[in-house]
Design a protein around this ligand. Sequence first.
Ligand code: ADP
Length: 746
Amino acid sequence: MNRRMAQMLGCEADMGVGHTPFEFLDEAGRAALAAHFVRPQPHQVEVRYFRADGTSVWTLLDVTPLLDSAGRDSGSLAMVKDITERKRAAEALAELSERTERRERILTTTLSCISDFAYIYDREGRFLFVNRPLLTLWGISLEQAVGKNFFDLGYPPELAAQLQREIQEVFETRQVVTGETPYTSPAGQNGFYEYIFSPAFGADGAVEFVGGSTRDITGRKRTEAELRSAKETAEAANRAKDEFLGNMSHEIRTPMNGVLGMIELVLDSDLTAEQRENLEIVKSSADALLTVINDILDFSRIERGQLHLDSIEFNPGDTIAHIVHPLALAADHKDLELILDIDPAVPETVTGDPGRLRQILVNLLGNAIKFTHQGEVVLRVTLEEATASDVVLRFSVTDTGVGIPKDRQQSVFEAFAQADGSTTRLYGGTGLGLTISAQLVQLMGGRIWVESEAGIGSAFHFTARFAFDGHTALAAPPDRVDPRGRRALVVDVNATSRHLIEEMLIGWGIVPTMTGSAADALIALRAAPAAGHPFSLVLINFRRPDAAGVTLARIIKDEPAIAGASVVMLTSARQLDDSAQAQDPSIAVYLTRPITRSALRGGIVGALAAARPRAGTETILCVEDQPELRDAVCRTLHRQGYAVLEAANGPAALAQLEDGDKHVQLLLTDVVMPMMSGRELADQVTRHDPAIRVLYMSGYTSDAIVRHGVLAPGTDFIHKPFTPDQLLTRIREVLDRPGPGQGRGA
Ligand code: ADP
């Protein structure tokens, strides 16, 4: 045994001396060797040797008999070659092919099990494989199918060409291709197939073949079509319903308006108390019915996308004050405090739909008043966001009412939904108000949400976007009196409104002292003169009875030490309307609740001005043929402390001048009037007293009027319509200008 052999067998030290080959061989090796010794001849056999450590090694054993010179057998020469590697490779190969075959079997079986049609196409455009369902459809065997193409298999040429083309595309683009195709079965039935072709890449990265699968989607298509037509039918029905609702509401609304108009006419006539009461009930029912009809009409319009928003320039603060006043009456009837808090940052002019804004606010405030039995309702308006071209305002209506349970809060915005079905009879309503509000808010580019706790109250918030040209409001008219530094005493029982008033007063530089009762107010008032800082203003906001406020005012006026303070009284519109005592002389200015910032400021300035020793209060003669406008202008002037004379035309104005004992400083006159023009009137008036200033008002622009020679250039003029502030500013400008013969500053 040579060294390599000894190494192979692990018996290096003695190189096998004293051993026989049999000890190292496996069974087959021993048999082969034994046979060789029986009949010596060259022999090659694969045998396994065992090593000393028990492991084995495959070898190729090559034995050759050795003969001596006499030709006798004298032994054998054995050559042993290690073939372990070769053996292993062969085994691996066998295993691999076994595995490959198995995998093929699995794939074939799988592809044949699925109900979709599956096949493999080669680059030459022939089937390599087709699964059983497709073979069954074609009625041929796999052997018959392999090597054929769609044309061979009798596909309609157009479809066959399309499929071939798409498969070719997969080979070229290496991308998956999908599509749908209609088909007609051999039995003549129409249907739809959906197919997908995907690339299988070879070792070189090119597409080697394309796997295709086709699915019959006739059923799905049919279901889809049915769903679509069901949806269309439902939508059409819905549209028809909305249209019907809309038409019906419209048809009902017209006569309803007639009914309401007649009721009002009759209410204006002489009636017995009982008749009046009954008719009031009819009216309130008719009003309620009209609200429901209007709601339904709006709802159906919004649903049909027929509701469009106006784009009108308006002053949010003024608009809100107008909206709130009638609601204040309803709140007052229930003894609720209605408080308005408009952030001064809210711009004075925005562009949007004030009518629709009003509708949302009326609904939210109406609900808040309806669902609140005691406490207060607060409307807050703040500036949420401002860009170069628009602003987002945020409106919050908070109440201390019944609240809405958490689980019902979302559904109150749904059509015809009410938080508690059982409260319907108690509170009335259709459940449409919030739905419409939510949709209007959406149209206004905002959102609406609610925070509420049952038994505590609710807060409805919404935002709305308005166009805003960034142009800041007109400068406020110069006040006739500067309120800064004045001391004011406030008597208000309600903490929320007390806080709000305090905040506004401080904002204007007024020094407020806040009290919650008449007794406290009197204590503070009486202590002030002694301390050296008497109050110039007393603001009374009593809920009820107003008589208590009047009593307090009279006490103040009766005590000389404190009578110098002007009294401003906040009252409800109802009381102001129907009580004679409302005009008590101890009260300088009445303001109706809820109070707005501008009204409170105007009231305070008016009260302070009234308290001024009035050496010759300025008197204005207002001449305007339109009664509504004349009324509005005179009221504005009056409120500012001017003495006002009024006339509907030129001759009447001249008559006023003749017998009036008032000394008129300003003639405020319309330009175009019957009987005598404004210009003619002014000429006569100034002839009568050259010191009288003239301010013309007209619906024509000053340009047009000058162009037509009606007025001379440079004449003082205000263009109708104007706001009270604009009018007051113009009047101050005209009155304060030094005039001929007055020599002010000259
Ligand atoms: P309506 O008031 O006509 O029933 P709305 O859509 O305006 O319809 O309101 C839907 C429901 O939401 C109301 O019926 C009420 O249950 C609830 N709700 C609305 N506002 C309030 C509120 N401020 N407090 C308590 N519940 C409210």
